[in-house]
Design a protein around this ligand. Structure first.
Ligand SMILES: Cc1cc2nc3c(=O)[nH]c(=O)nc-3n(C[C@H](O)[C@H](O)[C@H](O)COP(=O)(O)OP(=O)(O)OC[C@H]3O[C@@H](n4cnc5c(N)ncnc54)[C@H](O)[C@@H]3O)c2cc1C
Length: 562
């Protein structure tokens, strides 16, 4: 299966989506499922932008209680439930522990009150979730002894116990984006990665299509569409400016950073620890901002550190000093860790739009809420922007954007069904049973759990390929990834580069450098399947190495094509 650019150029679509992050992918799936003729264009690889950089938390809403933002509490909890229903292989509940100290705002009383309110606001959180392992338990308080049992290194002075609440966790964010894209394709959407939209075309106050550059084969072509949804994430404003649809004035972002640490997690619970820094917006703050230390694939994920970013999004970078500064902040909150830069396996970073800038409505703060903007008011009918500030809520943003698109097309919309329809791989009633099924089919391999997560109910696709060669069912090195998965990616998952395979379709390099022999093995399989010359194979390997720690002094911009 390859990129079908001729179909894109040949016909007019009802809806064209710019950007294949979680937001664009969810728009494409929703619109295709509701019967629209849909195209999606992504300038890099699907899910390779901000969506690949997240802390992997599917927020359940508790953070917004301190802002007394009931709408966001409800929205987060609703979207967490939706993801647990439609992709139970890629999203699971994650307990997070908050230590309590003293008898003031950081003590047990206020936390118990917050948990009661959360319980009342999210009472319907498990509706329609059939797998008991995917249900979200009520938040609760535990004793001091229990807290120290779970986290023996907690500062004991003044410790009165802890609260435990449950968020969701993403096992593999780019793979979830791919599940949306694959589902959209199954419903008829035509998609292409490495296809950059250079401009939105418009005539007499109406959007008519886009001008596209093929970043693989070279060349330009136009795609015609009646409605365009700009889901280009941090690049949405730049695209409007390039198209003459927004004034040329600076846009501000929050640059968020998180770290994958090379240390073993040693626990299945996350912990939220206070730092010295205050949340300027909180109305009912329990104290200072929290740093989250979360177990993820056996390692520790730490986040989030934010600064205001005033440069163009293409200039995104994180300096070594900034990483060291964040490590110092974590070490202050968790001194026993004594982290150094040698512990950093991956630096995750991306830009989130904030309140000032041309995409912002009069009283809407980007940093606070996702928004859908109808650009008809600015003289371009048929153009919408869909901006999400959280991975968690992207499906809901997509639902609103597609409702808008139907109104713009003057058509009555069928009901949105993306809240309940399982994504590709998501036909699962019990994840534990699925894991056992996969393990039974792969008796000599330690890949079963990971395969069940990444492919869900679609795992037989991988096993069919594994029978083609004697060693395709044996994991590459100690990664747990099967050669058959690399083959599947190369044959049927729209892969153009080695980076697409190791960073996104498989988890080979998402938690850090997997080792040279692993990269070599993946490159050899990809080269054979995709017909790469020896020189191309080496170039692909060099490109991947440059993106891994030690390979380049600063990170490349999220979503930058290569
Ligand atoms: C460090 C960090 C931690 C985070 N943690 C969390 C978390 O724990 N939970 C959570 O819910 N959210 C989290 N977020 C926020 C979340 O990651 C983002 O809100 C979300 O991924 C944005 O998705 P998107 O699709 O809008 O943008 P993107 O993923 O950036 O997608 C936009 C896509 O558009 C493409 N594009 C741009 N211009 C063009 C063009 N001209 N033509 C074609 N394609 C184009 C880009 O290549 C990109 O792939 C975090 C963010 C960061 C940076």
């Amino acid at each position: 299966m390859g990129r079908d650019l001729s179909t894109l150029a040949a016909r007019e679509f009802d809806l064209l989506v710019v950007g294949g992050g979680i937001c664009g992918a969810a728009v494409a799936w929703d619109a295709a499922q509701r019967g629209l003729a849909v195209a999606l264009l992504e300038r890099g690889d699907f899910g390779g932008g901000t969506s690949a950089e997240s802390l992997k938390v599917v927020h359940g809403g508790i953070r917004y209680l301190q802002h007394l933002d009931v709408v966001r509490v409800r929205e987060s909890a609703r979207e967490r439930s939706a993801l647990l229903r439609i992709a139970p292989h890629l999203v699971h509940p994650l307990p997070i522990v908050v230590p309590t100290y003293g008898h003031g705002l950081g003590g047990r009383g206020p936390l118990a009150a917050a948990f009661r309110l959360l319980g009342a606001l999210t009472a319907d959180r498990n509706r329609g979730i059939v797998d008991p392992d995917r249900r979200i338990p009520p938040a609760r308080l535990v004793s001091r002894r229990q807290a120290l049992d779970w986290f023996p290194d907690l500062q004991p002075r003044g410790l009165t116990g802890a609260g435990v609440f449950w968020d969701g966790q993403l096992y593999n964010p780019p793979r979830l984006v791919w599940a949306f894209i694959r589902s959209a394709m199954r419903a008829g959407a035509v998609v292409a990665n490495y296809a950059e939209v250079n401009a939105i075309l418009h005539r007499s106050g109406r959007a008519t299509g886009v001008s596209v550059e093929d970043r693989i084969g070279g060349g330009r072509f136009d795609v015609r569409a009646r409605v365009i949804i700009n889901a280009a994430g941090p690049f949405a404003g730049a695209l409007l400016r390039r198209s003459g649809l927004a004034p040329d004035r600076p846009v501000h972002f929050s640059r968020d950073m998180a770290l994958v640490l090379g240390r073993p997690a040693g626990t299945s619970r996350g912990i939220a620890l206070q730092t010295r820094y205050r949340d300027p917006d909180a109305l009912l703050t329990r104290g200072n901002r929290h740093v989250f230390l979360l177990p993820w694939r056996g390692r520790i994920l730490a986040g989030v550190n934010s600064i205001i970013w005033r440069e163009e999004p293409d200039a995104l970078r994180v300096t070594d000093e900034e990483v060291a500064g964040f490590l110092a902040e974590i070490n202050e909150a968790a001194p026993h860790l004594r982290l150094t830069t040698d512990d950093v396996a991956v630096v995750l970073s991306g830009l989130l739009p904030i309140a000032r800038g041309e995409l912002v409505g009069r009283d809407v703060s980007f940093g606070k809420r996702p928004i859908v903007i109808d650009h008809a008011a600015e003289g371009c009918a048929g153009l919408l922007s869909a901006i999400t500030n959280r991975y968690t809520v992207a499906r809901g943003v997509a639902e609103r954007a597609v409702n808008f698109a139907f109104r713009t097309l003057g058509r009555t919309s069928p009901p949105c069904r993306t809240r309940t329809t399982p994504l590709h791989g998501g036909q699962i009633t019990s994840f534990a049973a699925l894991e056992r099924e996969v393990a039974a089919a792969l008796p000599r391999s330690d890949a079963a759990e990971r395969l069940a997560h990444d492919h869900g109910s679609a795992y037989p696709e991988v096993l069919r390929i594994a029978t083609e060669q004697p060693d395709w069912g044996t994991p590459i090195g100690s990664t747990g990834v099967l050669p058959a998965e690399v083959v599947l990616a190369a044959r049927s998952e729209l892969v153009c580069h080695l980076g697409d395979i190791v960073f996104r379709r498989t988890g080979l390099a998402t938690a850090g450098h997997p080792g040279e022999s692993v990269l070599e093995a993946a490159a050899s399989i990809a080269a054979r399947e995709l017909g790469w010359s020896p020189a191309r194979r080496l170039a692909e390997l060099d490109d991947v190495r440059a993106r891994l720690p030690g390979g380049a002094p600063t990170r490349l911009p999220a979503g930058a094509p290569h």
